[in-house]
Ligand binder design. Structure first.
Ligand SMILES: Cc1cc2nc3c(=O)[nH]c(=O)nc-3n(C[C@H](O)[C@H](O)[C@H](O)COP(=O)(O)OP(=O)(O)OC[C@H]3O[C@@H](n4cnc5c(N)ncnc54)[C@H](O)[C@@H]3O)c2cc1C
Length: 469
């Protein structure tokens, strides 16, 4: 049986970032990756500025600088009816980037595998967690037809949203299948706002689009669950939210690519992100509809939060994992709630959601500060749930104002009721979040004075982590 400090299951964005984070602490890492074919996947291609920043902090500078990526200045949100586009640039003049999924992820894995302390076991699959308590884990994996067992102080499950390891750990999840995403590539000249990630909302189906290579753009169309290429070929009017030129490009691409890439869009939230000496990161811990393009930035943030927690709490793995769970939770909660609220607002066809879309346009046009805050929420830079709930209420306020305009007078009550009802879930989550934060504060400050000792720099030095096996 081999011994390492940390076993990481999964070599996607989350696993690579976690491996870099652990290696950065001087830990020995075994990265076990099943090796999904990323050239065939429809997955993350747009990375927000915070994600780029986190990758650089994890010493992936050379990879980032070597990518042939397209700059992304923010989102262009194009509303279907009434036709209107709002540009939401990132703040501080920063840019994100986009590139084809395999071109983004494969170099991350190659880079981390070459770091001192990291051993990549490619085309290998974690098959069982035989032992898991506060002292460490025994993990079984299969590689080239042979079973191996490795003993480690820490197991990081970075094996994606279906996460077999999460199931092996007995961690429950809340799963909601939302829709099916169909992706094709088109000529990027057909995008109306070069340099922006496009959201086409409010039509029969909504869509996302951004350049991924010079001259090439990815378009992703959100279809009903189980939808596929024939759904769009039979009903091209579903592409009604796209500008005419782009619509024609998508239909051409569907003709030319009879089997375009498909992915299911899910909302998944695991019951907990830690048990014993095992922890979940990235999509294994939480994922949501990709309309905010925040999945990968969130993976990298998780890796850094785990690194900070281990740096702070040294040998005490359960305490470190508790600190990690606490540190990441507010941002995750906000990200998932935002994606869910926006999905309803962008795709809902009832009077309330139509009014909410008018409220969004009005809010973003009338309040530059509001537009900036919305963008920082979309880009996963603003983690506070109460800020999201406040922004939602402001949009509802603008929607109600637009309902009171003389043009809308025929149906204000019919629209106002569902509009007000829609504010319920974000407000409820904000309340729960506030209660939870008070509980966490109480736990930290009153029940766990050791937190303050660690904060004052008296935590066991990290070196002890490696030598304690
Ligand atoms: C249609 C779509 C569009 C998206 N667009 C964006 C976007 O524009 N921007 C963005 O930031 N995010 C986007 N996302 C989300 C993003 O793709 C994910 O958040 C990200 O890929 C999650 O990374 P991960 O490492 O957690 O999981 P994954 O990328 O799923 O990687 C998991 C890895 O674990 C391995 N594995 C699985 N089981 C085992 C096992 N038993 N043992 C060992 N290894 C195992 C797999 O081989 C794989 O390599 C999108 C998602 C979808 C579905």
């Amino acid at each position: 049986m081999r011994d390492v400090d940390a076993v990481i299951a999964g070599g996607g964005p989350a696993g690579c970032a976690a491996a870099a984070a652990m290696a950065g602490l001087g830990l020995s890492v075994m990265l076990v990756d099943a090796g999904v074919d990323r050239h065939k996947q429809l997955a993350g291609e747009l990375l927000h500025p915070s994600g780029v920043e986190d990758l650089r902090a994890l010493r992936f500078d050379a990879v980032v600088d070597h990518w042939v990526s397209q700059p992304v200045r923010g989102f262009a949100v194009r509303f279907h009816a009434p036709r209107h586009t709002v540009l939401l640039p990132y703040g501080r003049g920063v840019t994100g980037l986009s590139l084809e999924h395999a071109s983004l992820t494969v170099p991350l894995l190659e880079s981390v595998a070459s770091r001192p302390g990291v051993t990549l076991i490619p085309k290998a699959r974690v098959t069982a967690v035989e032992h898991n308590d506060a002292t460490g884990v025994h993990v079984r994996f299969i590689h080239q037809g042979t079973e191996h067992t490795v003993r480690a102080r820490l197991l990081v499950a970075a094996d994606g949203r279906a996460s077999p390891v999460r199931r092996m750990l007995g961690i429950p999840e809340r799963l909601h299948r939302i829709s099916t995403m169909l992706g094709v590539t088109v000529d990027s000249d057909s995008l109306p706002h070069p340099g922006y990630g496009h959201l086409f909302v409010g039509g029969p189906m909504h869509a996302l689009a951004y350049a991924i290579q010079p001259g090439v753009a990815r378009v992703m169309v959100d279809l009903p669950l189980g939808g596929n290429v024939s759904t769009l070929q039979a009903r091209p009017e579903l592409l009604g939210a796209l500008p005419l030129e782009l619509r024609a490009e998508v239909l051409r691409a569907l003709e030319a690519t009879p089997a375009p890439r498909l992915a299911s869009n899910d909302d998944r939230l695991s019951g907990t992100v830690r048990v014993g000496s095992a922890v979940l990161v990235g999509d294994a811990a939480a994922c949501c509809h990709p309309l905010t393009a925040s999945g990968m930035a969130s993976c990298f943030r998780d890796a850094r939060a785990l690194q900070d927690a281990l740096r702070c709490h040294g040998t005490d793995i359960p305490l470190a994992l508790e600190a990690y769970a606490r540190a990441r939770r507010p941002a995750q909660r906000t990200r998932v709630a935002l994606a869910s609220a926006l999905y309803d607002a962008f795709s809902g066809q009832d009077e309330g959601m139509r009014a909410l879309r008018r409220g969004l346009v009005r809010y973003w046009e009338h309040s530059p500060g509001g537009a900036r805050t919305s963008m920082s929420l979309l880009a996963a830079e603003e983690p506070r749930m109460r800020v999201m709930a406040r922004e939602y209420l402001r949009v509802v306020g603008h929607a109600l104002t637009s309902l009171a305009s003389p043009r809308q007078r025929s149906m204000p009550l019919r629209s106002a009721a569902p509009l007000l009802r829609s504010a319920g879930p974000p407000l409820k989550t904000a309340m729960e979040s506030a209660v939870e934060q008070m509980g966490a504060w109480w736990h930290r400050c009153v029940q766990r004075p050791v937190y303050w000792l660690a904060k004052a720099g008296r935590a066991v030095p990290n070196r002890a982590f490696a030598s304690s096996r």
